[in-house]
Design a protein. Sequence first.
Length: 183
Amino acid sequence: MADIFGYTHFGPYLKDWYSEQKSLAGLSLQEFSTAIGLRSRSMVHKLMNHPKATISQRLCDTISRYIGHNKQEREYFSYLARFSRSRTADEKGMLYGKMHRMLSRLRPKYLEHWQLDFFVEWYNPAIRELVDCKPKPRSYEEIAHRLHPSATPTQVRKSIELLLLASLLKIPVLNTLAEACIR
């Protein structure tokens, strides 16, 4: 089934949904238009294909019920319909923001390989906290010995490189380690 959350306009979504239903269940354009309360299939065709087409909130709700959207899909479809009707840049921006926030909540976020590396070794978070402690450590060796259990200076250097890559440390934080980081 067409994933509604991949669309920014209701027309292409309806077109893809209808194409699937036509091939799977033999749904005709006339049957679909009648089911959603439109008099002619040409109106549905226009909704699917005309980029400036708009739909009322009432028709949006009817279509959403007919398709069988769940709560989140209905809400997103409603945003698509409102977005198509909006006339001002402010209103479009507000609706686009709502759609984007909704997608951010619904879509899983995958960590990059280097982000996962942070959790591989127990000492990465410990080193992240330790480099900001007072007195500030002056070398990889000092950090290694302040950890319990201790780590090797090589492990500390690799951890700091990872923390810098992940933007979990910034160069100014490492002023006292600057000489060690260059090595």
